[in-house]
Design a protein around this ligand. Structure first.
Ligand SMILES: O=C(O)CCC(=O)C(=O)O
Ligand SMILES: [Fe+2]
Length: 371
């Protein structure tokens, strides 16, 4: 089975622009000014559901949130707040390094790990006001470049965070599957105790520096994640927004200790379109730097993911063909927002939504009907 790094390397996206030193930019350069004003309207009265992991009705709450939003905020998940604090300290330390030091761990053109721009940058004509550091498996080699003396303390924090996320992701998978009426025994790679041992994951550390002209800039453009689930922690600065069908962009305010859980494209496929992968983006602001740590979680790279048999029937045929994560990463690298429709077996019922013209159009929004 290809490792996740190999899977990404097999489907490179090339990002040609030089890395800027954001701190030295007093004015928004043209290359960062999104010519069509991004849709700055935020739906004021809508709130992403907040779910307590230990709530007796959690599966139903998750089902409702995933069907109607494709995202929820999770509380009482058992990951100590002190670990988030240490992870954010490490993230801050990393992005505060001088540019020349960060570039020592720069992502090579065909690789995914290391310092660079968001991978989705290549699909947009304008640049994004953000920096990204991707870690798959051990951070050791990368951190040796960044902190030749002090790499060990940062490695320990990241590895502790990865271990906590791996454990939480397996528990979340059981909850999400239960919410679909699927047990862990129905998923071959779940393992006997639902530990999902073969799962693969990548960690995205994201930094969104304060910006001299935030209304015309974009931190991270609208996209869906190619994962089963994404587990995201944000510092206490607003910026994350999700697209709610029929309503528009809705802010996802940081909740102390809360985690944002995104439905990714592979869960969209596995749920036969019942749980739509959430379209999200990040806006920046004039005064405060925003950080986030995203744990991108998926199956073993060679496992076929298809609409689960329990969610397929005479009135609801399989809407997607089966794909491995490895193959889907290739599809995403080629088709980006049209990747889901490209593995769709029948015509989408409704495949468009309004985003501005700078943003790639035609992310797929599935009209849900009862399973
Ligand atoms: O920074 C955020 O809140 C979002 C990050 C994100 O969407 C990603 O890393 O895929
Ligand atoms: Fe994302």
């Amino acid at each position: 089975m290809p490792s996740l790094s190999e899977a990404f390397r097999g489907h490179p996206v090339y990002l040609h622009h030089k890395h800027p030193d954001f701190n030295s930019l007093q004015k928004l350069p043209d290359s960062y000014a999104w010519t069509t004003q991004p849709d700055n309207h935020i739906h004021p009265n809508s709130t992403v559901p907040v779910i307590d992991f230990n709530h007796p009705n959690a599966p139903n709450l998750v089902r409702h949130a995933c069907r109607t939003w494709g995202v929820f905020q999770l509380i009482s998940h058992g990951v100590p707040i002190s670990l988030f604090a240490r992870m954010h300290k490490a993230t801050l330390a990393l992005f505060s390094l001088p540019l020349h030091q960060k570039l020592k761990a720069a992502r090579s053109p065909d690789a995914v790990s290391g310092y660079g721009r968001a991978r989705i940058s290549s699909f947009f004509p304008k640049l994004m006001w953000s920096e990204c550091f991707t870690i798959i498996d051990s951070p050791l080699q990368l951190f040796l470049h960044l902190w030749p003396q002090h790499y060990a303390i940062y490695c320990d924090i990241v590895m502790e965070y990865q271990a906590a996320m791996e454990k939480l992701a397996a528990k979340l998978m059981c909850l999400v599957l239960a919410s679909l009426g699927i047990s862990k025994e129905d998923i071959k790679w779940a393992g006997p105790r639902g530990e999902f041992d073969g799962a693969c994951a990548a960690l995205h550390l994201n930094s969104y520096p304060s910006c001299p002209d935030p209304d015309r800039a974009m931190g991270l453009a609208a996209h869906t994640d190619s994962t089963l689930l994404t587990i995201l922690h944000q510092n206490n600065v607003n910026g994350l927004q999700v697209l709610k069908e029929g309503e528009g962009w809705v802010a996802v305010p940081p909740l102390p200790g809360g985690l944002v859980i995104n439905v990714g494209d592979l869960l969209h496929i596995l749920s036969n379109g019942l749980y739509p992968s959430v379209v999200h983006r990040v806006r920046v602001n004039r005064t405060r730097q925003r950080f986030s740590v995203a744990y991108l979680y998926g199956p073993p790279t060679n496992v076929e993911i298809s609409p689960h048999v329990k969610l397929v029937g005479p009135t609801r045929p399989a809407l997607y063909r089966s794909v491995t994560w490895n193959e889907y990463l290739g599809t995403k690298a080629k088709h980006f927002n049209k990747a889901l429709s490209s593995v769709r077996l029948s015509e989408p019922i409704n495949s468009s939504f309004d985003v501005n013209e700078d943003e790639s159009n035609d992310l797929e929004v599935v009209q849900l009907d009862s399973p």
